[in-house]
Design a protein around this ligand. Structure first.
Ligand SMILES: Cc1cc2nc3c(=O)[nH]c(=O)nc-3n(C[C@H](O)[C@H](O)[C@H](O)COP(=O)(O)OP(=O)(O)OC[C@H]3O[C@@H](n4cnc5c(N)ncnc54)[C@H](O)[C@@H]3O)c2cc1C
Length: 147
């Protein structure tokens, strides 16, 4: 697919918007694509428990990416560490039922989970257009201070 795009596309794909943007900024044509990475980021929050007998979910599987920004790498790494610590504690007495593993869920909520839930509420309450407005930034600042 070249950089030319059909004019007047009512609804275009993310790739088409990107190519259109590049086409409108000739100076960007000095560069060339190195690689193409695409995929989906889960920007919701876990609907049920992220723990059950013999299983703890972390990262995208546990919907731990930030619903507002899509940032998920640091969260997945933190959750991985929390889960590993809980797994080590549970392995000692050999009980990997949901009961001891729930410590993972609790620690996630206390570290980042509540903030992710707050950001999900903000995301669902304000539309994408509203999220660039001053009223959203004020609401976000108040929510961030209040935690
Ligand atoms: C296009 C894009 C851009 C992003 N940009 C950012 C960013 O700038 N900053 C940021 O913080 N986050 C970003 N994210 C989100 C971030 O990549 C994820 O939130 C994060 O990588 C989640 O980590 P994870 O370990 O849960 O999952 P992943 O990183 O997806 O790791 C899961 C791994 O499991 C492997 N796997 C899957 N199925 C199996 C199987 N059956 N057997 C064995 N292995 C399997 C996969 O190959 C993969 O390596 C982006 C995501 C996308 C899609």
């Amino acid at each position: 697919m070249g950089l030319e795009l059909q004019a007047g596309l009512a609804r275009a794909s993310a790739m088409e918007y990107l190519l259109r943007f590049l086409g409108h900024h000739p100076w960007l044509e000095q560069g060339s694509p190195v690689t193409l990475i695409k995929g989906a980021v889960p920007t919701g929050v876990a609907r049920g428990s992220i723990v059950t007998d013999g299983l703890m979910l972390v990262g995208d599987a546990a919907r731990q990416a930030d619903p507002l920004t899509g940032e998920g790498i640091a969260h997945a790494m933190l959750a991985g560490r929390l889960a590993a610590e809980v797994a080590a504690q549970a392995a000692e007495p050999g009980d990997v039922s949901a009961r001891p593993l729930r410590a993972h869920e609790k620690r996630w909520r206390e570290s980042r989970g509540r903030k992710m839930e707050r950001n999900y509420r903000l995301k669902t309450r304000f539309s994408a257009a509203e999220r660039v407005s001053h009223s959203f930034q004020r609401a976000f600042a108040v929510a961030a201070v209040g935690k």
